[in-house]
Design a protein around this ligand. Structure first.
Ligand SMILES: Nc1ncnc2c1ncn2[C@@H]1O[C@H](COP(=O)(O)OP(=O)(O)OP(=O)(O)O)[C@@H](O)[C@H]1O
Ligand SMILES: [Mg+2]
Length: 246
């Protein structure tokens, strides 16, 4: 089942997955994922628990070895690159569960991943991050482990931005946050999109996701069962019922 938005036909994608297969030991989890993201595009990866969303992210980032298929960045295979090298080509990750450094301050967390100024043409400074999240400036000298869940999430986003990504992947960035804080995170995601960053967003909140995403992929048991625009998804409520369950 395919319903294409149609705006990027013929343009080389920033990121493309072709026939990606991945496994944890003997247990295969991804069965031939095809997916692409173009520059400046916001793409959502949908599906119920355990369908392979985070595993797809790990396959993109090189945190899990591919069993088959390929992940390409501007047409070049990322297979030879280790995870830390993929961050340097322009892939940024806000991982599931945040994973900030608990024993570093906010400022140290941000500077720990910062790229050298010469490499930061499209980059972010500490001031940019603090401008987007004033709360982080107030907490600049506090340890990561002393932050609230929302502050930790802002820090995880800020830290990923300091690597000057062209594509930012957010895996459940609003999970476990109070509604007000969740709103802050969605506003940040919208701002990043307006700044022209390509985004791959995984989130359980379909409402805000439909507003911000240009296109969606639905995963079911490690395979893409549907892809299409937000409008196409709105027109097919049975997809939400059958595959997303929200
Ligand atoms: N480290 C691991 N070792 C073994 N199996 C794993 C591991 N991580 C995930 N799995 C399994 O792989 C499958 C896909 O998991 P994955 O984390 O990709 O799902 P998900 O779509 O991100 O789900 P969720 O919405 O709960 O985050 C699940 O069956 C899960 O139990
Ligand atoms: Mg997950």
């Amino acid at each position: 089942m395919t319903e294409r938005a149609g705006t990027n036909e013929g343009v080389a994608p920033l990121l493309s997955l072709r026939g990606v297969e991945a496994a944890y030991e003997a247990s295969q989890v991804l069965f031939g994922i095809d997916l692409e993201i173009h520059a400046g595009e916001c793409v959502a990866l949908l599906g119920r628990n355990g369908m392979g969303k985070s595993t797809t992210v790990k396959s993109i980032m090189g945190l899990l070895r591919l069993r088959g298929g390929d992940v390409r960045w501007r047409g070049r295979s990322l297979r030879p690159l280790a995870a830390h090298q993929r961050a340097r080509v322009g892939l940024g990750l806000v991982p599931e569960g945040r994973r900030i450094f608990p024993n570093l301050t906010v400022r140290e967390n941000l500077l720990a991943t910062a790229r050298a100024p010469a490499m930061r043409d499209a980059g972010w400074s500490l001031d940019d991050i603090y401008g987007m999240f004033p709360r982080l400036r107030e907490r600049e000298h506090h340890l990561g482990c002393h932050l609230s869940g929302g502050e930790q999430q802002m820090l995880a986003i800020g830290r990923a931005l300091m690597t000057a990504p062209e594509l930012l992947i957010l895996d459940e960035a609003t999970e476990g946050l109070a509604p007000l804080v969740r709103g802050d995170i969605w506003r940040c995601i919208e701002l990043l999109k307006r700044r022209g960053l390509a985004l791959l967003v995984i989130d359980k909140n379909l409402g805000p996701l439909m507003r911000v995403a240009d296109r969606h992929y639905i995963l079911e048991k490690g395979a893409v069962v549907w892809r299409g625009s937000s409008q196409a998804l709105r027109d097919r409520p049975e997809l939400v019922r059958d595959y997303i369950g929200m």
